[in-house]
Ligand binder design. Structure first.
Ligand code: BJW
Ligand code: ZN
Length: 254
């Protein structure tokens, strides 16, 4: 019964100081950003599965196609606004209700920052940036000529690529280390809108749990994490997160 479980989750959070929130594509679903998986389907573009498009191999094999794919995605995301879930997290960070609140996201859409979250550990990069394949310099997409594909590095002349982490690529080391440090020291790991299938991100709740943290999951569907979670709230992030993170966590849920 969701009301009872929601109350239980709020009770856990009431006595908690250190929280790690891990978000995935589902947190942006109510902003109309398509998820990769869920509902029994997997994202496909021009007949190609996203696992093939968003891969290290495709950057090597067909960089112009990778740019087309990410230009398309940027166009979709540009029309999206942060939703109640992003806002609830940002508000909670700003309220200082928890002594330590770490936000880790697998999302590349930038919607947490747009909602006002200041410290966001972006594990899979940022779709609004490009990076030089040669010298690794990072550029903001808005500073690059939209007509030049692939864009060229002003410093070394090599081609740029989207500054995102594709299958088969390493995650940004400092960001990942920080996320693991926080996972090891949190009391509650709140996992929102992720299928928990992609590693190493999916290891964070496992590490937190091994170190003694409780796991609370929010997802409309069961996931790879559900059986391990202490509480699994079945519902939408935009509906449940504002209730879970409401400042008056002592109030009973009606
Ligand atoms: C809602 C909702 C609502 C809907 N409210 N919820 C260990 C074991 C097995 C494999 C591996 C392993 N370690 C590494 C691997 C390989 C690979 C991997 O994990 N593969 C698995 C899929 C099998 N990992 C990697 O390659 C990673 N790199 C790496 O490990 O480097 C070391 C290495 C180097 C070289 C060789 C070998 C190893 C890199 C992973 C990078 C992932 N990148 C992507 C694409 C980013 C760019 C792009 O956008 O195109 O990141 S893949 C894609 O999946 C994207 C996401 O961030 C990521 C996670 O997806 P997420 O967020 O969970 O979304 P969905 O769509 O899966 O789920 C949405 C959920 O929302 C669903 O559950 C819905 O029900 C729910 N939902 N509405 C709340 N309203
Ligand atoms: Zn360069």
């Amino acid at each position: 019964m969701i009301v009872g479980e929601l109350q239980q989750a709020r009770d856990i959070l009431r006595t908690t100081q250190r929280v790690l929130i891990l978000t995935g594509a589902g947190v942006s679903a109510e902003s109309n950003v398509p998820t990769f998986r869920g509902g029994g389907t997997s994202l496909v573009w021009r007949g190609m599965p996203f696992e093939q498009l968003s891969s290290a191999q495709m950057v090597e094999a067909n960089l112009p196609l990778v740019w087309e794919w990410f230009d398309y995605r940027r166009g979709v995301i540009a029309a999206c606004e942060p939703n109640a879930a992003h806002h609830a997290i940002a508000k909670c960070q700003q309220s200082g209700n928890f002594a330590d609140l770490t936000l880790v996201t697998q999302n590349i859409d930038g919607l947490h920052r747009r909602a006002g979250s200041t410290e966001v550990l972006e594990l899979h990069g940022d779709i609004w940036q490009a990076r030089c394949r040669g010298c690794e310099t990072v550029f903001e997409m808005r500073d690059l000529p939209a007509a030049q594909r692939p864009p060229v590095c002003a410093g070394c002349g090599d081609f740029l690529r989207p500054n995102v982490v594709l299958f088969g690529e390493m995650l940004p080391v400092r960001v990942l280390e920080k996320a693991f440090e926080r996972a090891e020291s949190c009391d509650v790991c709140l996992v929102v809108g992720t299928s928990s299938l992609v590693y190493p991100a999916a290891m964070l709740p496992e590490v937190a749990q091994a170190a003694g943290a409780k796991i609370v999951e929010i997802n409309p569907e069961p996931t790879a994490l559900t059986t391990r979670a202490d509480i699994s709230l079945r519902g939408k992030a935009g509906e449940l997160l504002p209730q879970l993170l409401a400042e008056d966590a002592r109030a009973e849920i009606s």
